[in-house]
Design a protein around this ligand. Structure first.
Ligand SMILES: Cc1cc2nc3c(=O)[nH]c(=O)nc-3n(C[C@H](O)[C@H](O)[C@H](O)COP(=O)(O)O)c2cc1C
Length: 179
């Protein structure tokens, strides 16, 4: 698969068949995602891969205020929780912010890394769903995320049971202008 085909055919998948995911594939996708660019190469994104059904069930029932996401978390054989190491991306060595975007750069970095992970997973035959709706306080406590990290997103990973069409995209006329 070439890069543009990979970008265009990746879909958000909300229905998974029961096939388990080999941990080695998660390792490969994270290894690929480690090549994502980041603020001054700070590489603040971390990945927690959960394939224990009992722990996934606790996340689905205790940390997910949106039933649609709970259903996905229950079905997908792996849930990857991405976190960001605080106070590095977008910061100077003395702890001050480098730009007016302040701590916004860490979400930027973790977003790029997350998409790189999803594209690599797609190339490896896996499907994913990035989820931004979750109870941050509860998942931080349940997974005992250390104080120096902050949860960014949840990413379901598995083998698809559906083949949805791409949701409509804006045209390049809408998105781009040359000046
Ligand atoms: C930051 C972010 C948060 C998202 N959160 C959710 C979510 O909580 N639940 C969900 O079902 N989809 C979620 N999505 C998936 C989007 O709805 C999806 O990417 C969009 O509809 C385009 O579809 P596609 O990914 O198949 O191209 C999220 C996507 C992103 C990038």
């Amino acid at each position: 698969m070439n890069t543009i085909e990979c970008i265009k055919t990746r879909r958000s998948i909300r229905s998974y068949n029961g096939r388990p995911v080999d941990r080695e594939l998660i390792v490969k996708a994270v290894e690929a995602a480690s090549f994502a660019p980041s603020w001054k190469n700070t590489q603040v994104t971390r990945y927690i891969a959960i394939d224990d059904p009992a722990l996934k069930e606790r996340i689905a029932s205790e940390c997910s205020p949106y039933a649609g996401n709970s259903a996905v978390i229950r079905q997908a054989p792996v849930l990857v929780v991405t976190t960001m190491v605080r106070n590095r991306s977008g910061y100077e060595r003395d702890g001050s912010f480098s730009t007016p975007k302040e701590k916004g750069w860490q979400m930027y970095d973790a977003g790029i890394a997350g998409q790189t992970f999803c594209l690599a997973a797609h190339e490896l035959g896996l499907s994913t769903l990035i989820m931004g709706i979750f109870d941050e306080e509860k998942i931080t406590s349940l997974l005992q995320i250390p104080e120096e990290q902050e949860v960014c997103a949840l990413i379901a990973v598995g083998y698809t049971d559906e083949n949805p069409a791409a949701p409509k995209r804006k045209t390049t006329d809408d998105l781009l202008k040359f000046i």
